[in-house]
Design a protein around this ligand. Structure first.
Ligand code: PAF
Length: 302
């Protein structure tokens, strides 16, 4: 398989490495000529795993190329997904398979609705890695990735092909619910860690933070219930508590974005939740409060 990867962040490069290790051809699609020139100074990226450093010499190019794309993996930040997809749309054919692996919800549904003839998959991952410096990635833990086909068209053979790339890979016949579960956890943890400027575990140490988290969780459960989505087989607060405890030393992605004054994924996390709540007529005041607060803190993604 020849995979093109849009989004050379941590997840994009981890997948580039997995695909290359399994013998597939990979091309990174970089956003600007400056980024391409910077990458081409070495023509490779590195992954540090325990004490071992592996170098991956991977091709890179810009979107405005005319070679067709057979397999497209999109791992950009959620607010950049639809724009990045549009930048390569002229290179997609009716046989192209697309896998969207990003936080939040909205872009997956939009792209699937707008491209009914395209085989589109979506996924959710707990894989972790962070950059030590540009193109030097440190593997923070081996997580699990679950994917499922969103589009009515196509077949399930992509999963079998990708299982050879990632042994931990899971398939779900109901990826929509999987994405909602991740969304629910992100709603519970990400905005609050950004607002309190704290690590995940520090949400659990103070009464006011726990109370805000509980209120957010209750509202997310109300929305899911109104939409007929089964979240977890226990209270969302209990599930989110465990995730915050397990990742207690981590800075959430939103806390990092706010502290570096970067655009956040709030619109596809809490923004999506509030939009669904408003459409279903469910009140979500605590979620609206953190949505407005994060909007006020971070630069717009547009
Ligand atoms: O987005 C994140 O940072 C993570 O998915 C998690 C675990 C919810 C918070 O660190």
């Amino acid at each position: 398989m020849h995979w093109h990867i849009l989004g050379a962040g941590a997840i994009g490069l981890l997948w580039a490495a997995k695909l290359q290790n399994a013998g597939h051809q990979v091309t990174l699609i970089l956003r600007t000529a400056e980024k391409l020139a910077q990458y081409n100074t070495t023509g490779c990226f590195q992954i540090i795993n325990d004490d071992k450093t592996e170098r991956f010499f991977t091709e890179a190019e810009l979107a405005d190329n005319n070679t067709p794309i057979s397999y497209l993996l999109v791992t950009t930040k959620s607010f950049a997904v639809t724009g990045a997809f549009a930048s390569v749309q002229h290179r997609l054919t009716n046989d192209t398979r697309v896998l969207l692996l990003h936080n939040g919800m909205g872009p997956q549904q939009q792209l699937t609705n707008e491209n009914p003839d395209l085989e589109i998959w979506a996924g959710s991952t707990t894989d972790g890695a962070y950059f030590e410096s540009p193109y030097h990635l440190v593997r923070a833990g081996i997580g699990e990735t679950c994917i499922g086909r969103l589009s009515a068209c196509g077949n399930d053979s992509l999963f079998q092909e990708l299982q050879e790339v990632d042994e931990q890979l899971q398939q779900s016949a109901d990826i929509h619910t999987v994405l909602w579960r991740k969304l629910a956890i992100n709603c519970a943890i990400n905005p609050l860690t950004a607002l309190f400027n704290c690590r995940n575990g520090e949400l659990l140490k103070y009464d006011d933070r726990r109370a805000a988290m509980a209120q957010i969780c209750k509202e997310v459960e109300d929305v899911a219930k109104a939409l007929g989505i089964t979240l977890f087989n226990r209270k969302l607060m209990e599930q989110a508590w465990d995730v915050a405890e397990l990742t207690s030393n981590n800075h959430s992605s939103m806390q990092q974005d706010v502290s570096h004054n970067r655009p956040t994924e709030i619109e596809t996390i809490t923004g999506y939740l509030c939009q669904m709540a408003d459409q279903a007529g469910v009140a979500t005041p605590a979620n609206h409060l953190v949505l407005d607060a994060i909007r006020g803190l971070s630069p717009s993604a547009r």
